[in-house]
Design a protein around this ligand. Structure first.
Ligand code: AN7
Length: 351
């Protein structure tokens, strides 16, 4: 395992200015977990891997881009950073800002941020502001604020976020020896899909590692890229991707098209079912993170993707601990027993 900061490891591939001062929490280097039993369940005869990005320092893929954005911001003397967020960006920005000694301000949509993300942003010491509106409203506001004040924007409109995020594509090629046949991932504000495509293309030019087809997956209640127009009131149980105006929507569509892939939508039910399926394999992810694989499963079931003999990588973007409520709410309260051996025996042994 490499102990080098992510930005050092892939430095020659990253377009970062010379003033960049690396701020790291040992992000990246996440596992590519083989999923043979799940592949069989989905029809078999192909290699399936989950890239478990929930194992980054703050529990989501955002840390890759955030190490880059904060490193650049510190190097140019920024004192305050700001972002709009459905939660994971907020927690990541808060953590890297804390690490760098910067002030972080995060804007989140009221009542729609999962508990683990909000708690993270608070724990890392950010100023957390709820907006009586959506993520899209919050993003609009932070862009305006940054035009008026010397505050660094660390949403994925910031190009350095994409530079750092590309490293996930490099890691996949390094682990497999080449690009997979399909890459499946959730799409919200569309920074991640844009970065992966940039990364795969760049690596291919240097290493002839090949290119994957990219399958981007939105939630059906928040699917502007599938509908072809903005969604004013996005709704989905996968609050991470509850986004109606993706900042990098055009680039996401381009990535899908150039790669011979596509962007599709899946229902909340499909997302939650795949979250459960993954948990039964020992990989607990937050709902949005299950969307990529849910989309892949539905394409396979419909015969639109023939996976036989192929290599598939699904990106699981965030840890299940980010959103415990979604599971706790839907389960019966745990059994409560008296401190009594016979009662315990009965509870365990009777089916
Ligand atoms: C778990 O934190 O937009 O398409 O503000 O948290 O790059 O936006 C989160 C997005 C997928 C979608 N999975 O990625 C935010 C935010 C998880 C996420 C996405 C997000 P993008």
């Amino acid at each position: 395992m490499s102990t080098q900061p992510l930005l050092h490891r892939y430095r020659s591939f990253l377009d970062l200015p010379s003033h960049t001062q690396i701020v790291t929490l040992s992000e990246g280097n996440t596992p590519l977990i083989p999923m043979p039993r799940l592949a069989e369940q989905l029809g078999g005869k192909f290699e399936l891997y989950v890239k478990y990005e929930g194992l980054n320092p703050t529990g989501s893929f955002k840390d890759r881009g955030m190490t880059a954005a904060i490193s650049e911001a510190v190097g140019r003397g920024a004192k305050t950073v700001i972002c709009a967020s459905t939660g994971n960006t907020a927690a990541s920005a808060a953590a890297y800002a804390a690490r760098a000694g910067l002030r972080a301000v995060v804007l989140i949509p009221q009542g729609k941020v999962a508990a683990g993300k909000l708690a993270g942003a608070v724990a890392y010491g950010a100023q957390v502001i709820q907006i009586e509106g959506s993520f899209d409203d919050a993003l609009h506001l932070v862009v305006e604020i940054c035009q008026r004040h010397p505050i660094a924007l660390v949403n994925s409109l910031n190009p350095y976020r994409l530079e750092g995020q590309k490293t996930a594509a490099f890691e996949i090629c390094d682990a497999l020896g080449e690009a997979p046949d399909w890459l499946c991932l959730p799409v919200g504000n569309a920074g991640n899909i844009t970065s992966y495509w940039m990364g795969f293309r760049q690596y291919d030019q240097v290493n002839q590692s090949g290119l994957p087809h990219v399958l981007g997956v939105q939630a059906s209640g928040a699917a502007p890229l599938v509908l072809g127009h903005a969604v004013d009131h996005p709704e989905t149980v996968a609050t991470a991707i509850r986004i109606g105006r993706p900042a990098r929507g055009e680039q996401a569509l381009q990535a899908a098209e150039e790669s011979g892939g596509r962007i599709i939508a899946v229902s909340d039910e499909q997302i939650l079912a795949m979250q459960k399926t993954l948990a039964c394999e020992g990989v607990w992810v937050e709902p949005a993170s299950a969307a990529g694989l849910a989309g892949f499963a539905s394409e396979v079931a419909a015969g639109r993707i023939q996976p036989k003999g192929k290599r598939i990588v699904a990106i699981c973007t965030g840890h299940g601990l980010k959103d415990p409520d979604i599971v706790v709410k839907s389960m019966p309260a745990p059994q409560l027993l008296a401190v009594d051996l016979a009662t315990l025996e009965e509870a365990i042994l009777t089916p």
